[in-house]
Structures are given as C-alpha cells and as structure tokens.
Design a protein around this ligand. Structure first.
Ligand code: SAM
Length: 425
C-alpha cells in the first residue's frame, strides 16, 4: 500500500476496527467515504464486511479495483503479451520460494495461489527488464524522465518567488524506468491485451513501487530542491502486493470512481456504518498526490503531448483534474460534514479527526476550537441524543510539517448514532 500519505490510518487501524466490530455484524455494508490509500477499506474487507469505498483520487480507484473489488490473483496470458515465460520462470520460482510465509503471505500455502503468484512475478520481472526496443515505436516516450528528473529537457521550474531549478521527483534512471513500465502498459492497453483486473493491479503496483523511491518527504507537492532523500537512490523495482487481504470469497463491494463524496453519498445504499476520515486541513489531495494519479491515468490520456505541455507550477501538475474539496476549507468544513451526513442512509457514524495541526489551528493559532465545534455539531438534532462517544488514540505524527520530528498527537474517534428520518425534529 501507499505509506507516505497524509492521514493514512494504517497505524491506528486496530482501534478503528475495534469500534466498527462493536457496532456491525459480518456481511453488513460499511462505507469508507474518504478512502485514500484504502487502508481502512481493505481491513473492512478482511473482516468480512461489504465495503463501499470512494475517494476523489484516481489512484484510490485503481487500488479499489485491484485490492477491494478483485478477489483473485489475475490470470496472465503471456503469449498474447509477447513474453517468453520460460525465460523468467526459474528465477521467479526461486524468488517466491524465498518469501517467508507469514503476515500477508499465507496465501502461498495454497499451491494454486502460489502458481498464480509466480506468474505475476514473471510479468513484473519482465517489466523490470525491458528496454526501449521492447516497446512499439509509437509508444516510446520519455515524459517522466523529461518532466520530473533533473536531466530532463522540460524539468525546469521557476517558483512564484523566483527560485529556479530542475524538478527532481526521481533520479534520472528511476524516471526512465517509470517511462518504460507505463509505455509498455499503455501499448498493451491500447491493443486490448489486458483484462481490467490485471490492468489495475499493474497500475497500483507501479504506484506503490514508485512511492518507495520518490524524492519527497510525504507529498508530491514539492521535492527537496537541492538534494535527494536517501530513499530516492534505491533502484526502482516492481513490488508485488501481499495477497492475504485481497483474496476473498465475498463479493458485493461498491467502489466510487473519483467521485466527489458529497455527491456519491446520495447514491450509496443503506449501510450500517459510515466511516468518515476527512482532510484535517487546507492541503488539497489531488495536488499533493498528483503524481500517483498521473501514473494511474497515463495509459488513458488521449494526447500525451498536449497533457504534458500544459503542466504547471514547481511540481509540474496538469490541472485538468484538480479538485478543490470543501472539506479542506476552514469555513466550510462543518457545513460540508453536515450535508454529507444528512445525505447518508446510515445508522452509525465513526469519524476520525486529530488534535495536531488541523483546520483551525493550522492557520488561526486557536488550537482546540474546531474540536469544540465538532463536539457541539455531533450533539445536534441530526444525531440521537447522548449517543456521542469521543475516544482519543495516541499516535506519532510523521506528517510533512514540523520538520522530521515525530510529534505525539491524539487521533480522535467520534462515534455517534444518526437519528432516524422519522425521528427528526
Ligand atoms: C485523511 S485522508 C483519508 C485517508 C485514508 N483513510 C487512508 O487511510 O489512507 C482524506 C481523503 O479525503 C479525500 N477527499 C477530500 N475531499 C473529498 C471529496 N469531496 N470527495 C472525495 N474525496 C475527498 C482525499 O483525497 C483524501 O484521500
């Protein structure tokens, strides 16, 4: 999964699941309305709930397709992809034999799954080994190298304050590798050689692998201007996902495709619990994570030259699909929350928020005020009286402000019952 993500809930997932388990039965619909990295959605799936998941980001949709909706390791037709299986099989088998069974890898105890996983490793090893000559000339492009590495011919930036330089989101060799992966997949995709399950799995695998070697400190809004983060020097290689949490017999999950949750919620069927993990401040996710969205969009962008010609700002984002969320605005946060919950056909709400730098304390210096406003909001007529519980969970905050120091903050869980429509006053 994507690890460096503002508000990623991996580190406190057990606390969240404990509260969900108290209120829901297996098979119930649970809605993760701001799903981000899918860390909560996947854990809900693993626990036997039917999951409804949505986020505005394209990369979240790709992970949703490959990790939530898909229940199997996809089948691969090597012949139609033009891959000589035998060339890579021996190494792939040896690699898989070395994997220690344990968290995430217990599926390898099943011979059939092990064989499918070996096939996937063959495919990823092939992609890691290709050079330009393996790509149809029509698809030989170098956009990631050109726009996002310091040696690229279009990577120059001038900031609003006048500072100049060349973008360095990746080392030049890793930038070229991203081009090779994506151009080959674009070629396969254009020739209709990839079934959806495999297509989305490849895109989420590339996103996840790229994130591990990106020269960023948590977001793609910027990069260290004069140096590289030590992680960026690692050689980019595709990392296959652990499938324990993906393989499942339960169908019926629902996934929104880059929808505004304010609209999507109106179409969501009746569910037992709505988990809300909203942005905590002004940072707009489609800007801060544009690179992951670009990787997931690349094969479907009709005119790549036009798209890259229009990139803007120091970071080099094409603003076509940029989305401004009302949940990131101090003045609209509570009213947006109210509309979202009014339109939700849910019994319970569990909402995460935190007492670190949030909507109000990030700008006004009045830390705490928003927490009072939230507490008041959750006691309005929209909710059953006296049903609100607020549970603090301690965690370290590794987010991108405050230098590198891990601050101890409380993540707060608001647990509250929505008043039935006919009980509303
Ligand atoms: C705190 S993060 C969620 C993190 C997620 N629970 C995880 O563990 O990765 C908030 C998410 O809300 C999404 N978001 C913000 N406003 C949105 C909107 N109006 N519609 C859909 N998604 C939105 C962002 O893209 C971001 O992924």
């Amino acid at each position: 999964m994507i690890e460096r993500y503002l508000g990623n809930k991996s580190s406190i997932i057990n606390h969240i699941m404990k509260e969900v388990d108290k209120l829901c039965n297996k098979g119930d619909y649970v809605c993760d309305i701001f799903s981000g990295t899918l860390s909560v959605s996947i854990n809900l799936k693993k626990s036997g709930y039917r999951v409804i998941s949505n986020d505005i980001n394209r990369f979240s949709y790709c992970f949703g397709r490959s990790h939530l909706i898909a229940n199997n390791i996809p089948k691969i037709d090597f012949e139609s992809l033009g891959i000589d299986y035998n060339l890579y099989a021996e190494n792939a088998i040896a690699k898989v034999k070395l994997i220690e069974k344990g968290v995430g890898y217990n599926f390898l105890n099943d011979k059939k799954e092990e064989n499918s996983y070996v096939d996937l490793i063959v495919l990823l090893t092939y992609l890691d080994s290709i050079s330009e000559k393996d790509i149809d000339p029509e698809h030989r492009k170098s956009f990631f190298f050109d726009y996002y590495t310091e040696e690229g011919k279009y990577s120059k930036f001038v900031s609003q304050r006048g500072s100049e330089g060349n973008r360095k989101f990746f080392t030049p060799s890793n930038g070229s590798k991203i081009d090779l992966y994506l151009n080959k997949i674009r070629e396969w995709h254009k020739n209709n050689l990839l079934l959806d399950d495999l297509y989305y799995l490849l895109l989420s695998t590339i996103s996840e692998s790229v994130e591990k070697v990106s020269n960023t400190q948590g977001t793609f809004h910027d990069f260290p201007r004069t140096k590289y983060d030590s992680r960026a020097f690692k050689k980019l290689e595709l990392r296959a996902p652990k499938f324990d949490n993906i393989l499942s017999d339960i169908d019926g999950h629902i996934l929104g495709k880059e929808r505004d949750s304010m609209e999507f919620i109106k179409e969501v069927p009746s569910h037992k619990l709505l988990y809300i993990d909203p942005p905590y401040n002004f940072r707009q996710y489609t800007s801060y994570y544009f690179m992951l969205n670009l990787i997931c969009d690349y094969c479907e962008i009709p005119d790549l030259n036009k798209y890259f010609n229009e990139v803007k700002y120091v970071r080099g984002q094409n603003m076509d699909k940029n989305f401004i969320s009302s949940f990131c605005k101090n003045s609209e946060f509570i009213s947006s929350l109210q509309k979202l919950i009014e339109n939700a056909d849910t019994e319970w709400i569990v909402m995460s928020y935190f007492n670190g730098r949030n909507h109000k304390s990030a700008t006004a210096g009045d830390k705490g005020t928003i927490l009072n406003e939230l507490e008041q909001f959750f006691q309005t007529d929209l909710f059953e009286s006296n049903s609100l519980k607020i549970k603090p969970i301690k965690r370290k905050n590794y987010q991108s402000y405050g230098g590198h120091k891990a601050l101890e903050v409380n993540e707060l869980l608001y647990i509250v019952k929505k008043r039935m429509k006919d009980e509303m006053v």
